[in-house]
Design a protein around this ligand. Structure first.
Ligand code: HEC
Length: 158
């Protein structure tokens, strides 16, 4: 009897241990990227994971372009400004994942267009050496960064 209950205890302990370790090590659903606060009232852009990844990669490129443009402006290198700004001009969003364009809310698409037009105009103004027009065009592009970030957010839909 004593032996039996010891064996039973061991079995029970093993079972409890297995359950506990399962609870510990069971992979939970992968954490959703870009889980945002309930306080965030910005509209969610219904991109899937691939589209979100593409959009964020583009975003980092926009920031990099603006910084290169500023550095080139300080160095009075308008050729460099024109070259990098033109890359972000209209029709330059290449390699988009399928469905990307259609998934954009209208306001989002409109601001993207306005931003690309701003970069395009900035490239032309820099090429022409027109500093005033350049600054205005760069501001057009930058204002769309601010406006869009205030209105939209990503939360990959799969
Ligand atoms: C049409 C809308 C729109 C425009 C225009 C836009 N962005 Fe974004 N950007 C977003 C959204 C939405 C996010 C994700 C924000 C979030 O989910 O909190 C984002 C994220 C980013 C990020 C973070 C990238 C990352 O890897 O997390 C950077 C940097 C960025 N934007 C830079 C820019 C710059 C610079 C400009 C302007 C030249 C710009 N964006 C224009 C919508 C836009």
């Amino acid at each position: 009897m004593k032996k039996l209950s010891t064996a039973l205890l061991i079995v029970l302990a093993a079972a409890v241990g297995a359950l506990a370790s399962q609870a510990f090590f069971k992979p939970t659903a992968p954490a959703k990227a870009a889980e945002t606060s309930a306080l965030d009232t910005r509209e969610v852009v219904p991109f899937n994971d691939e589209q979100t990844h593409y959009a964020l990669t583009q975003m980092r490129g926009f920031l990099e372009t603006l910084i290169i443009m500023d550095n080139a402006e300080f160095a009075d290198d308008f050729q460099e400004i024109a070259a990098v700004a033109a890359v972000q001009g209209p029709g330059q969003g290449s390699g988009q994942p399928s469905g990307f364009h259609d998934a954009m809310p209208d306001g989002f698409r409109a601001m993207t267009k306005q931003m690309r037009q701003g970069f395009g105009k900035a490239a032309k103004a820099a090429q022409a050496g027109d500093l005033e027009a350049y600054i205005e065009a760069k501001q057009q592009a930058q204002n769309t960064c601010i406006a869009c970030h205030a209105s939209y957010r990503f939360q990959p839909q799969n």
